[in-house]
Ligand binder design. Sequence first.
Ligand code: PLP
Length: 394
Amino acid sequence: MRFNGHFLELAESYLFSTIAQKAAAHVAANPDAAVIRLGIGDVTRPLPPVAVAAMTAAVAEMGTDAGFRGYGPEQGYPFLREAIRDYYGTKGVELAADEIYVGDGAKSDIGNILDLFDKENRVIIPDPVYPAYLDANIMAGREIVYIEGDESNNFLPMPDSISGKADIIYICSPNNPTGSVYNREQLKAWVDYACENEAVILFDAAYECFITDKGLPTSIYEIPGAKNCAIEIGTLSKMGGFTGVRCGYTVVPHDLIFGDFKLGKMWMRRQATKFNGVSYIVQRGAEAVFTPQGLTECRENIAYYMDNAALIAQTMTELGIWHVGGENAPYIWLKCPGGLTSWEFFDKILREAHVVGTPGAGFGAKGEGFFRLSAFNSRENVVEAMNRLRGLKM
Ligand code: PLP
């Protein structure tokens, strides 16, 4: 009997536990200070009323003889797959409902989709980025190649920075933590590269709903050729405030065929074997999110967060602090002033302004010296936090 030794290669993830410990110690030492948390990536606004009504109705339906449902289709009920297909239609992206697989959120699918790929593949991962891509591939023992984001490329690395063969390429746009968004030409360069090199792009669209600039792509399938090389993973977590409800989707186009390997068929088989679907109640709530009323209610919440993001970005500009993000994403990624490290800046603003943020070093080596502020909080707290930062000597 042997264990998976690759687990021993994982770096301990101290980021959020260290943040929580430091914040708790600060609160204990300063009981009168009102600590404001701009470190979280979780939404704070309540669910859209139309989704609440749909889920409530679905619960009642399940309590009747006629409306009770047991196991549903592993890939999702047709009503939700069709609603997601129509949502893509509003972006000018034509998909078939059976190219869309409903799941319990992006994080699960980001890890689970790797079942389709051999362990020998080389994986391209941006640095800095959402840490789940890295850890999921370390667990599987794959070779990882970083592509580096920095000030010179606005934290948007391009294919020319890849050395050697790429097999699996992660793209997160809008990016967590930097809030940077690839434009159409940049995404086209990625699609062309993947098609020419027989690589597969795993496109994480978790924050697509925050893109307000009409010129920026919200789906990789807006780029010609992407259906031949890309899987897209979406979620209702940020869009509909479903972080605690759990619903997402993965798009595996019919055209993703490599010799004998039909990726949609493989994913279907994988899901049917290891997953039993998302609850009917949640899928009814998700369907409601994609109705015109649902989209209106979601966009009100998104606009609220984006007004917060604008306030944060504006404050950084006033303070002369280099930053990206905050325009089409709920994150502002700033360069720590005075040459401080991520953790030194964390300690400074906690100590002097009672504000909690997220040190960039937690998202990869290239995040050192940078810092993430999140727009997920109340307007009052964001205004107060920015007033406090303005009062600091930086
Ligand atoms: N992808 C990115 C880039 C994220 O930042 C997050 C969560 O913060 C996720 C995926 C996970 O989303 P979900 O709640 O759908 O699992």
